[in-house]
Design a protein around this ligand. Structure first.
Ligand SMILES: Cc1ncc(COP(=O)(O)O)c(C=O)c1O
Length: 389
């Protein structure tokens, strides 16, 4: 029945992380694999109160169909927060609520990619973006990520030589590397993008989780006609509600995104949108985020220290200023897939680098998540990996 399936789905890689998560559900395995927020950061009691309150207040409304664009007060809240924190001038009509920012990526693929179109993406890049784009069969153009951000010479050359539909970036605490683009790098990318007929996607689920250094302005934010900014509550409130958003001032794009969303799921879960808006109106989100940042700072320090103490000196590692991941590079010639096999026998797992590239196997790199284990467990896990390096 092979011929009955679409070319797109046959070419789409399955999520390596989701597969790993299945095999590592046992209690005694230390997992640095998933990108899971620490469950102690979920505001469970506050969400319980909000749930009760919205049912009492709005009754059947919260159980009814909603609008495709999303719950208006929530969209207004998001616009106001970008204004207060970053000076961006988004309004509610520039915001489409999505089923997690993962759906935003899928909608962008639907609206922008024809088979064979060029899409520029960081190397290494977020595997969920690679996966969701793959369904629409683009030709990926990888742009090397350096400690400073994107290699802008490569970006310039890719944009000169291809009709690139969009550049996909994660400028803050990138997934998988934890790297943050520098101020200069952002300015240079902005200049390059402004000269080309292409969209710029800034996917920013981690930007609020800065535990070191100062916030930097977005590359495109709200000021390039081709700017698209993605956000999510997954890493700052809860991923289970599946709520994210797309912001763009480009009307034509927004209209197409709304049509694509109607076709996909009519609208995102309205019950969850009411709860989250109520939660946001009755609690101080910044105070909540401050607690998460303190937690992740401690966990990332534990991982950094353990790596310095136990990993061989030839293994290099990024040092994130926020977010959830570190990225280690093994000496040339070594494969992190082989290391993964040995480490899993010691009951510790991570994500080998391969799925973060569109076209590379046996990469010497690996992603380590530090947000879902306590500092002692982190130290023990790193020691176990080091013992089989
Ligand atoms: C860069 C990036 N984009 C998007 C997502 C998806 O997030 P959401 O839970 O909002 O769908 C993730 C999740 O890990 C991510 O790391």
């Amino acid at each position: 029945m092979e011929q009955l399936f679409s070319e797109g789905i046959k070419k789409t890689p399955s999520s390596f992380i989701r597969e790993i998560l299945k095999t590592t559900a046992q209690e005694d395995v230390i997992s640095f694999a998933g990108g899971l927020p620490n469950p102690i950061s979920f505001p469970i009691n506050e969400l319980k109160e909000s749930t009760n309150r919205i049912i009492t207040t709005f009754e059947s409304k919260v159980f009814q169909y909603g609008t495709t664009e999303g719950y208006e007060p929530l969209r207004e809240y998001i616009a106001d927060r970008y204004k207060a924190k970053h000076g961006l001038k988004f309004e509610k009509d520039d915001i489409l609520i999505t089923t997690g920012s993962q759906q935003a990526l899928d909608l962008l693929g639907k609206v922008l990619i024809n088979k064979g179109d060029a899409v520029a993406i960081e190397k290494p890049g977020y595997l969920g973006a690679i996966q969701s784009c793959s369904l629409y069969q683009p030709s990926f153009k990888e742009i090397t990520l350096t400690q400073e951000g994107l290699n802008t010479d490569e970006l310039e050359s890719v944009l000169q030589n291809n009709k690139v539909k969009f550049l996909y970036t994660v400028p803050n605490f990138q997934n998988p590397t934890g790297i943050t683009y520098s101020r200069e790098n952002r300015a240079k990318i902005r200049e390059i993008i402004a000269d080309h007929d292409t969209f710029l996607v800034e996917d920013d689920p981690y930007g609020d989780l800065r535990f070191e250094g100062e916030d930097l302005s977005y590359i495109g934010g709200d000021f390039l006609p081709q700017s698209i900014l993605l956000g999510s509550i997954s890493k700052i409130i809860t991923p289970g509600f599946r709520l994210g958003w797309i912001c763009t001032k480009n009307r034509e794009l927004m209209n197409y995104l709304v049509i694509a969303k109607q076709a996909a799921d009519l609208h995102s879960n309205i019950f969850a949108q009411y709860i989250i808006y109520d939660y946001l109106s009755h609690n101080d989100l910044n105070q909540h985020i401050t607690k998460i940042k303190a937690l992740y700072k401690e966990q990332s320090s534990a991982m950094k220290e353990a790596i310095q103490q136990y990993f061989p000196k030839e293994v290099s590692c990024t040092s994130p200023q926020g977010g959830m991941f570190m990225w280690a590079t093994l000496p040339k010639g070594q494969s992190s897939l082989d290391l993964f096999q040995r480490a899993s026998q010691k009951k510790v797992v991570f994500v080998p680098g391969d799925p973060f590239y569109t076209n590379q196997t046996n990469a010497p790199t690996l992603r380590l998540n530090y947000t879902n284990s306590n500092p002692d467990t982190i130290t023990e896990g790193i020691k176990r990996i080091a013992s089989v390096m």
